[in-house]
Structure formats: structure tokens, C-alpha cells
Design a protein around this ligand. Structure first.
Ligand code: ADP
Length: 257
């Protein structure tokens, strides 16, 4: 992805965009998904959540997007514009790259000229200029994910929700997209809430990594990742990075047992 503004300092971490306090969620069938969740994501910070399968990570994202409601406690989302990226790029197969990226602006009623500018800028940001007329089946998995990111970028989100967006990609593509997302975050300054199973991906991308217990999920640990943004791909080879990843893995192992 091209991030021409990557050297611009990010806006400082600001007011809370998502807040959970003693939040509970019991689904109508009685499944107790979340228990006493306390979590804040502030403007300009990137927070990852790791935890065992089925512990309620996707539920946490759906709540943050306003697609579900908690059943007890307190929850608030103060974001004006929310971007949501899933593991599956969820593109419409009959629409070209351009028309897929246009979708959210169309649904949001963005005027045509403004929409055109936003689509062109988003495609340039994710490095997909020249692919505007391609259909999704003509793209690699990594390119499809870039289209999905671009589609949300047209909304200029102040909060970006990511549900394991790179999980289906090969390791090299996954790492490259992680670096590009990190540059994008450094340049744009949106807040991010990122679900992943990859400890090193969580550590590389985030200001903080939260570890969840098994269901009913609750946050059992929080690990600060104190490196500046944007982060160099070589950070992954630094002993300090290995030490932090080790702490997350250790905590995650405890959460599984
Ligand atoms: P994760 O993303 O951590 O794998 P989810 O948030 O998808 O976990 O799900 C948490 C738990 O809630 C799981 O046990 C799942 O089966 C259950 N669950 C998710 N959605 C519903 C639903 N609509 N009704 C009942 N149970 C659900």
C-alpha cells in the first residue's frame, strides 16, 4: 500500500471511541458469550485481541459495530464512521474492483463526484491503481483483501474493526499486508480493534494486546507494545519484540488451560 503521508506524525491518543464496562452478553439460546468485559479503545490507538476459538472475539467486534447489544453492564461506541474488514473480503463477484470499492459510498449516499475522488484515493492507498476494471476472481487473495480495505477507507473511518482479516492468506502476503496496514495506521491515525490468532501479528500492529479467556470470554491480560509507528518489518527480529511476543504467548497459554 502506498502511504505518502507515512512520515506525518499520528494524532495523539485521544478520547474513548469504544468503551465496555462490566459488559455481559448472553445469547437468546442461553450461551454466555462474554463476562465482565472491561475494554477501552481510544482515538488513534490500535488494540489487538487474542484468545481461544469461541471465546467471544467476533462478538466483541459486532458489539463495537452496533450489530449486537450487550445484555448487562455498560457499552458505548463514540465513533462517527466505522470500517469493518472480515477474514473473507466479502466482495460482490459481479462488480469490478472500482464498483466494489464504490459500494459503501453508494449506500451512504455520498455524492457521485466526491465518491469518485474517494475511490481513486483509496485504490491508490492500497496500491491497486490499474486494477479498477478487474473482477474479484481475477485477483489474488491479498489483492482482494486490499479491495476490502479500500472499500472501508472510502468512509474515512475513525474506528476500524478487523476480524482476522489476514487469516486466510499465505504467510508472506500476510506479513506484507501487516506492514502496509501498520503504515496506513501511522499515516491516517484511525483507531483499530483487531482480532487475530497470530501473536506476532498482534504485537507488530498494536499499542496494546488484550488476552481473552475461554468462554464466557473476559479479558485476563493486557500487554503494552511500546514501539514507535510506523514499525519496520525488521522489528520482528529484535529481542525486545521476541520478549513481548513471548509474554503474550505465555498469557494466551494460560487462557487456554
Ligand atoms: P470467537 O470469535 O472468539 O471465535 P464468537 O464471538 O464467534 O467467538 O462466539 C462466542 C461464542 O458465542 C461461541 O460459543 C459461539 O458459538 C457463540 N455464539 C456466537 N453467535 C451466537 C448466536 N447468535 N447465538 C448463540 N450463540 C452464539
Amino acid at each position: 500500500m502506498n502511504s505518502p503521508e507515512a512520515t506525518t506524525p499520528r494524532s495523539p491518543v485521544g478520547h474513548p471511541l469504544v468503551g465496555f464496562e462490566h459488559s455481559e452478553l448472553v445469547y437468546p439460546d442461553g450461551t454466555h458469550a462474554l463476562r465482565d468485559v472491561n475494554l477501552t479503545v481510544r482515538e488513534g490507538e490500535f488494540v489487538s485481541v487474542v484468545g481461544p476459538s469461541g471465546c467471544g472475539k467476533s462478538t466483541l467486534l459486532r458489539l463495537s459495530a452496533g450489530l449486537e447489544s450487550i445484555t448487562d453492564g455498560y457499552m458505548q461506541c463514540g465513533a462517527d464512521r466505522v470500517g469493518y474488514v472480515f477474514q473473507d473480503a466479502t466482495l460482490l463477484p459481479w462488480r469490478t474492483v472500482w464498483d466494489n470499492v464504490a459500494l459503501f459510498g453508494e449506500l451512504d449516499g455520498v455524492p457521485r463526484e466526491d465518491r469518485k475522488h474517494r475511490i481513486a484515493a483509496a485504490l491508490a492507498t492500497v496500491g491497486l491503481e490499474g486494477f479498477e476494471e478487474h473482477l474479484p476472481h481475477m485477483l489474488s487473495g491479498g489483492m482482494r483483501m486490499r479491495v476490502s480495505l479500500a472499500r472501508s477507507l472510502t468512509l474515512d473511518p475513525d474506528l476500524f474493526l478487523f476480524d482476522e482479516p489476514f487469516a486466510a492468506l499465505d504467510e508472506i502476503t500476510r506479513e506484507r499486508l501487516g506492514v502496509e496496514l501498520n503504515e496506513l495506521f501511522a499515516a491516517k491515525g484511525f483507531a483499530g480493534l483487531f482480532i487475530t490468532h497470530s501473536v506476532s501479528e498482534a504485537a507488530f500492529l498494536s499499542n496494546r494486546v488484550l488476552v481473552m479467556s475461554g468462554r464466557p470470554g473476559t479479558i485476563v491480560d493486557e500487554i503494552e507494545v511500546p514501539f514507535d509507528f510506523p514499525r519496520s518489518p525488521d522489528l520482528r527480529f529484535e529481542p525486545e519484540f521476541a520478549e513481548i511476543s513471548g509474554r503474550i504467548s505465555h498469557s494466551l497459554k494460560g487462557a487456554h488451560s
